[in-house]
Design a protein around this ligand. Structure first.
Ligand code: TMP
Length: 397
């Protein structure tokens, strides 16, 4: 049974930054109601509304994996590990974005799959074979004809964006070599609930995976998890190492059961846990608004740091407009000089002096808190205060 536990109100498409301030409407399909559900059988958490992929992942996609030092380092370290441990002849990445992972491999050893043509163009230009297509059975068939099979299929922060997981895994199964390995990483549902980061939910994040749900899902395709790593990226992610159930030589790590036990202890298998999360989310909204309104009353200015898709959920759920947060800043060229969807707050180009003009910073990219606070320590010393809503709304200095 599929049960609803959270309603995040009317939301715009998260990564569709607006060229100029516009009032979005439900009638024109620019706003949708963001409801979150729990499947009591498969234990999978998902959003209700499915926006067609073509509307979200097109030639104007603004998210770039290599925009942060944290992500570049994470991909670099993983590449080293993959080469050392698995020695793949051929690795395929689903959702290769701007090449943050594949650029760590030799060109003859990797294939990128990236439907956002503006991003695929970057890796193609750098000489990496990139299919600017959606991952599906047709594409797997095409690649199989050319390469026969691949040893590793990797995907970070992508599979949770694809509605039809059945096709995803069927296509992977078709192309993966007999002893091949799948590595996927995505935000962890356990960390999301622990941190009360309701902003992990937006139209692109169709699913939020737990190890419990991934295990159940893989079971349908003859795959199993053989190792799990906890990562700090994206506010707490899990990296799953997966193999065919028939590949017995690869042993299963104790870490798999440990993670599942942790998730059961927290209650991820029970609907009541999600109801509690929904109450915490409402409380978080009230408390964040209290902090922002107090700052407004004191006539102080707030800058949003990191014009993230997550911040779009927060702004629209909490009804925060430019009266509360004057501007956002970001380093991503595709976001600069655009407006936050739904709330029309202008995104300014980041420069090292920008914080001079503000009294407070709201951490839109709270998942990069360490990196950002390290970068801005001069301002922090001079009294600039940071606001975060994770794990609960508060000031940090
Ligand atoms: P994400 O949380 O969805 O990965 O997005 C992070 C956003 O924050 C991305 O647009 C880049 C931006 N950003 C900055 O502008 N400055 C920074 O120092 C960092 C770490 C991120």
């Amino acid at each position: 049974m599929i049960k609803k536990f959270l309603n995040l109100g009317l939301q715009p498409l998260a990564n569709q930054y607006q060229k100029k301030p516009v009032k979005l409407s439900v009638e024109k399909g620019q706003l949708y109601n963001l409801n979150i559900f729990f499947n009591t059988k498969s234990k999978l958490v998902s959003i209700s509304k499915r926006i067609p992929s073509e509307k979200m992942f097109n030639s104007k996609y603004p998210y770039r994996s290599s925009m942060s030092h944290t992500m570049r380092t994470s991909f670099k370290n993983l590449s080293k590990k993959i080469k050392k441990k698995f020695k793949p002849n051929l690795l395929l990445e689903i959702g290769s974005n701007d090449g943050a992972l594949i650029k760590n491999f030799k060109k003859e050893n990797v294939i990128g799959v990236e439907p956002c043509k503006n991003l695929a163009r970057i890796t193609k230009k750098n000489g990496y074979l990139t299919y600017d297509k959606y991952w599906n059975f047709d594409l797997a068939t095409k690649i199989k004809k050319k390469f026969n099979s691949v040893d590793i299929i990797y995907s970070a922060n992508t599979l949770t964006h694809i509605s039809d997981l059945n096709t995803v895994f069927k296509s992977i199964k078709y192309l993966l070599s007999e002893n091949g390995i799948i590595i996927i990483e995505d935000p962890s549902l356990l960390e999301c609930l622990k941190k009360n980061s309701y902003d992990q939910f937006y139209n692109e994040h169709i699913y939020l995976f737990s190890a419990i749900a991934v295990k159940n899902l893989l079971n349908n395709f003859g795959f199993e998890i053989f190792d799990i790593e906890n990562l700090s990226t994206h506010g707490g992610s899990l990296r799953y190492y997966i193999k065919r159930t028939s590949y017995k030589k690869q042993k299963i790590s104790y870490r798999v059961n440990n993670q599942i036990k942790k998730e059961i202890k927290f209650g991820l298998h029970k609907f009541e846990t999600y109801k509690k999360f929904s109450i915490n989310t409402l409380r978080s909204k009230k408390n964040l608004l209290q902090i922002l309104n107090k700052i407004k009353k004191d006539k102080k200015k707030i800058l949003g740091y990191g014009a993230t898709a997550k911040a779009v959920t927060v702004l629209n759920y909490c009804n925060i407009d430019k009266d509360l947060i004057s501007n956002f800043t970001d380093t991503t060229p595709e976001k600069i000089d655009n407006y936050m969807p739904g709330k029309n707050i202008k995104i300014l180009r980041y420069n090292k002096d920008i914080l001079k003009n503000y009294d407070y910073v709201f951490l839109g990219a709270w998942n990069f808190k360490k990196e950002i606070m390290r970068k801005e320590k001069k301002y922090i010393k001079n009294g600039l205060k940071f606001i975060t809503h994770i794990p609960y709304p508060k000031l940090i200095n």
